[in-house]
Design a protein around this ligand. Structure first.
Ligand SMILES: Nc1ncnc2c1ncn2[C@@H]1O[C@H](COP(=O)(O)OP(=O)(O)OP(=O)(O)O)[C@@H](O)[C@H]1O
Ligand SMILES: [Mg+2]
Length: 447
């Protein structure tokens, strides 16, 4: 197919500029910002019933621009693929993601075609210090106080990877407290875009209205990469239930169940070195008997459940330990549950995995695959993130073996476990590691 190049002045203030297509029906517009190419229309109507798992063969997405249809496809997880697909179909049908107003960054509740919230999407470029963060206070903070913005131990603007990384760690260990989170690309007019992106999109739409048989191969607004987390129902902020538990303590059985879930939260946060685990960043679901109008346990149909969901995991995986753990404490350390030594159940779940060198290596390798997709990926910084994580794993393993409690765990000296300089990266099996205390000097070998 031959392509005729036509240079045009794109005047975004006059989107209805008349353009005559060349005879062969194919028109390219070149602008300094972007190549805009018109090709004959290949229509595709999003269909609610379409299974999301078989989309690679579908050539174009209706109004969703140049979204790479294979990007949101997860062969190992058809359920998640289907959920994201439903969200895309909803967007196509005008049911747009809605900004979560209480958040400090651009986070969105994503809906399915029935208008039900199914996910939480956090685009990379709308993170607290991302270039399109919609909250001007954060922008001012960065502008006026550049030396101390953000957390100096974290790689800036990779919160979406931290969200997905937490979910990876959670499913690898089998903790099952993080709602499934993966990196996806979405486009929606309710997202925060640069004015030029919106105007360019408007112009393209105006052109296609004049020439309905022509189509841009880059249509509409640019897709955004970000984390997509499954929305969990029936949960409330931890603060709410913690207070209720103090006023009206549930049965011992429930509190034992809660303890096990709590320990899983501790394990997760400690491994990923979460710097933002306030009691507003985890959720609890509890079917209180009173809320079902029953006070007599014999009336209950089935044992009430208590579950924890660890959300908002975007500020984890530091490349060095915070200067003091008090700077970014784990707020759960002040709860009475943190004083109880780790249970047998938690030890049995976690210890066999974490004491296995090849399991830890696999975990690091999988995080590498996830993290390296960021444009700003830096191998050296990633190695440092893994050194911190290995140090956390070392402390956690030791604490579990010694019968410590979460409070005692967080008091252990921070440690990093670095790959030895001489260690070959190609023959991982023979890798050796060195343990180094962050705030003390001794060096000695670990394995
Ligand atoms: N997966 C989820 N399932 C159910 N509700 C959720 C989920 N994720 C977030 N929420 C709800 O949305 C609120 C805001 O989410 P989140 O804290 O992740 O966003 P944020 O933009 O990072 O906010 P902030 O910066 O204020 O912490 C939460 O307090 C919670 O009520
Ligand atoms: Mg939050």
């Amino acid at each position: 197919m031959s392509t005729e190049e036509t240079l045009l002045n794109l005047d975004f203030d006059k989107p209805n500029t008349a353009i005559t297509p060349p005879d062969d029906g194919v028109l390219s517009l070149s602008s300094s910002a972007e190549d805009i190419c018109l090709v004959p229309e290949v229509g595709f109507e999003g269909n609610v019933d379409s299974p999301g798992v078989n989309r690679e063969s579908q050539p174009l997405l209706g109004g969703r621009g140049d979204l790479d249809v294979s990007f949101n496809h997860f062969p190992d997880d058809p359920q998640f693929t289907e959920l994201v697909w439903q969200a895309e179909v909803a967007i196509d049908n005008g049911i747009f993601p809605e900004r979560i107003y209480q958040g400090s960054s651009g986070s969105y509740f994503v809906k399915n075609p029935g208008g039900k919230i199914v996910g939480v999407f956090k685009p990379k470029d709308e993170e607290p210090y991302g270039r399109l963060n919609p909250k001007w206070t954060k922008w001012m903070h960065k502008l006026c106080c550049p030396c101390c913005f953000g957390r100096s131990c974290l790689i800036p603007n990779q919160g979406y990877l931290s969200e997905a990384g937490a979910s990876l760690v959670d499913s690898k260990i089998g903790l099952r407290i993080v709602p499934k989170t993966r990196v996806v690309k979405l486009v929606s007019e309710t997202f925060n875009y640069l004015r030029i992106d919106r105007e360019r999109s408007r112009l393209k739409r105006a052109i296609t209205e004049q020439f309905p048989n022509l189509r841009f191969n880059r249509m509409g607004l640019p897709p955004k990469m970000g984390s997509f987390q499954v929305f969990v129902e029936g949960y409330k902020d931890a603060d709410y239930w913690l207070r209720r538990f103090e006023q009206e303590p549930p049965s011992e059985r429930i509190m034992d169940k809660f303890q096990l879930q709590f320990e899983r939260l501790v394990v997760l946060d400690y491994i990923i070195r979460n710097t933002d685990r306030g009691n507003d960043n985890w959720l609890i679901k509890y079917d209180a008997p009173a809320s079902r109008g029953m006070t007599d346990p014999s009336e209950w149909s089935g044992e009430p459940e208590v579950r924890i969901a660890a959300i908002d995991n975007g500020l984890a995986f530091p490349f060095k330990h915070p200067d003091s753990w008090r700077a970014y404490p784990y707020h759960w350390a002040w709860l009475p549950q943190a004083k109880r030594p780790f249970s047998q159940e938690t030890k049995q779940l976690v210890l066999p995995l974490l004491s296995d060198m090849s399991f830890v290596q696999e975990l690091c390798d999988e995080l590498h695959v996830l993290f390296k997709q960021d444009k700003g990926f830096d191998r050296g910084l990633f190695e440092r993130q893994m050194s911190v994580m290995r140090g956390q794993l070392l402390n956690l393993t030791q604490a579990l073996k010694d019968g410590k409690s979460p409070v005692q765990l967080v008091q252990m000296p921070a440690v990093v476990v670095e790959r030895s300089k001489g260690g070959s990266t190609s023959s991982r099996f023979f890798d050796s590691f060195q343990q180094r205390f962050q705030h003390k000097s001794p060096f000695f070998s670990w394995w």
